[in-house]
Design a protein around this ligand. Structure first.
Ligand SMILES: *[C@@H]1O[C@H](CO)[C@@H](O)[C@H](O)[C@H]1NC(C)=O
Length: 508
């Protein structure tokens, strides 16, 4: 998909004054080559994961082929997938695995797909929702490769995940924004372009979900996710908090939100790219100095985008991403989700088994998705969200902290694209009543089974955890530590860990 010429003209016009400001006379110095077109970025993202979705987005014609009958707000079914290998820890009768479609009220014709795995340990465990990023990638990526109840073996059988987050929570995954995964609409206008659209859809979903499962509404509720969900999560948490305050619908017992290797505060995080890359030997000092020349332009562009710009936000996406693409141009075939790895063949990520698995007829039948194609990552959704990319989502967080809602920001130390350095910087720079105390809190080791799995800093409701030996996808790289982190955080013992370092050993 190519950008319309008129849009490109707007960018060129917008960029000209910026270019002049920075004293860069040749626009190509800003990397405005083909490689900076969003369609190319979307394709790169999808190829880096070895995914080959059959369609760009689930916008289906007609709407009659839809698996969900009109009228009902939520349609949910219990499902079991045959021949899961290994030990689940619970009997099959006790396994509450649900798949469902939710009709989004404030949409034209959108249906959101979700998976709900009851806790394998205790139904009173907190309800945890996970959001995968992209923007536009399905949360089934996390189900099968990160923290779901099972993973996919090469022969496409499922294997129980000993460290699935359903061992400590009632775990929800949704495919969103609309058009992603098995979620679909018959109306193109349902494609979302902002966090308002995304968070309203998610809030509507929660209302319907807790109406369907009233016994769970009293449990603690936590929002989690990764990568571009660094945008979704704060917006969604703020939406839930606002709904609670206004006594809209069912009260949602929001206790906290966790962002894993996220993009939340672009101005700070884009500035950190070159520092992280230099510190880790990805680029040389000469590259560093050269690429940093774009920084003032990028910062200015982000300011113009502000917190709710549109065209200027697209422009800032173009400008600022030249920083990232210039680093990659120097770094060769490094896997930008894990700089220890090369991005070639099996050394890069290969999530294609998920697509093969979900294409199978018996799986689709079990999940009740009818003829809907599975769109692993949607280029259409990705591009639709570009106006949202450079918005600063940190701004809504201090209010949540002041009201006692917990925030955990964690990051695998070898990820480049949403690196720990940029995340640590925005967390430290965030202004709230506990900022000084947080900044001056000690860093303590995060110990799991007698070994240091990361470095933790905490004050009051705010925690930051740098995870060792992990890239972008922490629950995939360090499943045991990730489950320990979730358990300790939701049980309130992460903060105790900082207060009394000797008690830091996680109870698994
Ligand atoms: C498929 O692979 C899993 C995991 O390697 C193994 O346990 C299982 O026996 C295999 N199933 C078949 C039918 O080969």
């Amino acid at each position: 998909m190519e950008l319309p010429i008129s849009l490109l003209l707007v960018f060129t016009l917008l960029l000209s004054p910026l270019t002049a400001l920075a004293g860069v006379s040749d626009p190509r110095a800003l990397g405005l080559a083909r490689s900076s077109f969003p369609s190319v970025h979307a394709q790169q993202l999808i190829r880096a994961l070895n995914l080959f979705p059959d369609s760009d987005a689930n916008i289906i014609d007609g709407g009659d082929s839809s698996p969900v009958a009109a009228g009902k707000r939520i349609v949910e079914k219990l499902f079991t997938l045959p021949n899961v290998v290994g030990e689940s820890g619970v009997s099959v009768e006790d396994l509450g695995h649900h798949a469902g479609y939710f009709k989004i009220e404030h949409s034209h014709a959108a249906r959101m797909f979700y998976l709900f795995f009851e806790s394998r340990t205790n139904k009173k465990d907190p309800v945890v929702i996970w959001l995968t990023g992209g923007p536009g990638c399905s949360s089934e990526l996390a189900v099968f490769y990160e923290n779901g109840p099972f993973s996919i073996a090469n022969n496409l059988s499922l294997v129980w995940n000993e460290y699935g987050w359903d061992k400590a929570s009632n775990l929800l995954y949704v495919d969103q924004p609309i058009g992603t995964g098995f979620s679909y609409s018959s109306d193109r206008r349902d494609i979302r372009h902002s966090e308002d659209g995304v968070s309203n859809d998610l809030y509507d979903f929660l209302q319907a979900f807790f109406a369907e499962h009233p016994e769970l509404a009293k449990n603690d509720f936590y929002i989690t996710g990764e990568s571009y969900a660094g945008h979704y999560i704060p917006a969604f948490a703020a939406r839930v908090h606002q709904g609670n305050k206004a006594k809209e619908g069912i009260h949602i017992n929001l206790k906290g939100f966790a962002i894993g290797n996220g993009l939340t505060d672009p101005a700070i995080q884009y500035k950190a790219y070159t520092d992280y890359a230099l510190d880790n030997g990805v680029i040389s000092k000469t590259d560093y100095d050269r690429i940093n020349k774009v920084l003032p332009v990028c910062e200015m562009a982000i300011k113009l985008c502000g917190t709710d710009g549109t065209v200027s936000c697209m422009a800032s996406y173009f400008v600022c991403n030249t920083i990232f693409s210039s680093i990659l141009a120097r770094a060769g075939d490094v896997n930008y989700y894990d700089i220890r790895k090369k991005c070639e063949g099996s050394l890069c990520y290969d999530f294609s088994n998920m697509e093969k698995f979900l294409k199978q007829k018996f799986v689709k039948q079990a999940l009740g998705v009818g003829d809907i194609d599975f769109v692993s990552c949607s280029p259409t959704v990705y591009q639709a969200m570009l106006v949202d990319w450079m918005r600063n989502l940190e701004v809504g967080i201090p209010t949540l902290l002041e009201d006692g809602i917990q925030l955990l920001v964690y990051a695998g130390e070898y990820d480049l694209i949403c690196n720990w350095l940029g995340n640590s910087r925005w967390v430290h720079a965030m202004e709230w009543s506990g900022q000084n105390k947080f900044v001056n809190s000690p860093e303590v080791p995060f110990v799991v089974d007698d070994s240091e799995a990361g470095v933790l800093k905490n004050y009051g409701p705010l925690s930051f955890l740098k995870v060792h030996d992990a890239g972008h996808m922490v629950p995939m790289d360090q499943p045991k530590a990730a489950l320990a982190m979730l358990k300790m955080w939701t049980q309130g013992s992460l903060s105790e860990a900082t207060a009394e370092p000797e008690n830091l050993v996680a109870q698994m």
